[in-house]
Ligand binder design. Sequence first.
Ligand code: FES
Length: 576
Amino acid sequence: MTDSTTKKRRSQHWFSGSSKDNFIHRSWMKSEGLPADSFDGRPVIGICNTWSELTPCNQHFRELAQRVKHGVLQAGGLAVEFPVSSLGETLMRPTAMLYRNLASMDVEEAIRAHPLDGVVLLAGCDKTTPATLMGAASVNLPTLLVSGGGMLNGNYRGQPIGSGTHVWKFSEAVNAGTMSVPQFLQAESCMSRSAGTCMTMGTASTMACIAEALGVALPENAAIPAVDSRRYELAQRAGRHIVDLVQRDVRLSHILTREAFENAIRVCGAIGGSSNAVVHLIAIAGRMGVPLTLDDWDALGRDIPTIVNLMPSGKYLMEDFYYAGGLPVVLQRLLQAGKLHGQTMTVNGQTMAANVAQAECFNNDVIRPLDQALVQQGGLAVLRGNLAPQGAVLKPSAATASLLQHTGRAVVFENIEHYKTRIQDPDLDIDASCVMVLKNCGPKGYPGMAEVGNMGLPPKLLQQGVTDMVRISDARMSGTAFGTVVLHVAPEAAAGGPLALVQDGDTITLDIETRSLHLHVTDEELALRRSHWQAPAEPTSGYLQLYHRHVLQADQGADLDFLVGCRGDAVPRESH
Ligand code: FES
């Protein structure tokens, strides 16, 4: 942090002076109705908005932006809203993850190219939080993130239902013959009742909690519902705080420290957070230049109990979490147990410990005391072995305990199309003890590393009452999903990882206790199979080709290799 009174503000390189360029910069902005004193040296705050009607979760962001603007104006700043790519999880094909890095480039370059002194990121739907944080981290201006908040609790026939989680449950019920198709369709409007993100502890909620745990969002940011007036009040306060951050020149790098990332990993375990957080947090840290590895996830999360009782691991939803006290209670409980760094700085100028000192819990079943945890070891497990030399992850809190040490016969699907046709075959040679293996769904293979790792079970086994089986893939899994699912196997099959060599009938052992994933095939046999393996063809042009050539494996955050690192806020040329 520096004394900004001795330094010309960044925006003044555009707006201060009497040159031709200064004329141009001010004159066109005045066409928006801005008075001359808008350019008198006050902090210029960019509101980076991921609003889009194609991203229903972020549909309320223009109103949210207005509240941020009010806060900026109240604090004496000038607020300018600008759009960036929005990534809606439900509509984008093949998967929004294919475009996370592209959106982060948009965010980075938009921030750097404009006369901004600080930035408020408006993010909600799954990929918008990591994409905006990754882009902002590569510029490193004073930055604050406001999440969109969760949608209202789902309710179907008097029962709470959770985004995503109940899509999987209902879909399996239809396959098992216990739910009719008209009932299934009726549930659509019962699930998504308002603006806001999935109200389970899916990836959006997880990333909102992680933003608060990192200190880049204000206290209570994670859980206030999207349509609650307190969300708008928080947005207004965010506008005031970002002006303060600019005045004190508190950069994102002062907030996103190694200790902050360690806190975020521990919080992810405590909330039963999405496995997608692994990929996103490693990518954000990579942009900030903070070393963070898969092994950090295992080591830091191993002794963290899951205390937030939300779907898919538990039974409540985000509204309940907020009414119970929200993330400050979780942070307070972890701090009191000595499991967090309390002195990390946050965007309201207070330490983490100071922010949560007065937190109060109003429902100990929604946010459990540590000694009544849902799962004692709630952190994500990182597995290694000859099937995943660079690692794979599993979310124990969403898995079946009896399957966490399991040996079974592999039933292999070469890609998602092969899975879709083969899984329906009534003659498929498979039983509940088998291990389902899905290939070519990793960063390069799908492309974009789709959320297909929690592949549905064979209908004939569902009809027998089977509810879970060990599944292994190089794909991701929706944070709203559940099951004994090994994900993010690296290297992926399409990059020539050992996963590509698995065949029907091979034996595989999963052992969470020893964190191992072993394919019982000799090295000689694997070498023979490798000699017959052919890499999939590379896309021939466009973004897909750029992505395919440069995407890193899951254990490195699946960022593009040339985007890793912080490039700062200096523009290549200062004038026209
Ligand atoms: Fe947007 Fe779940 S689809 S948060």
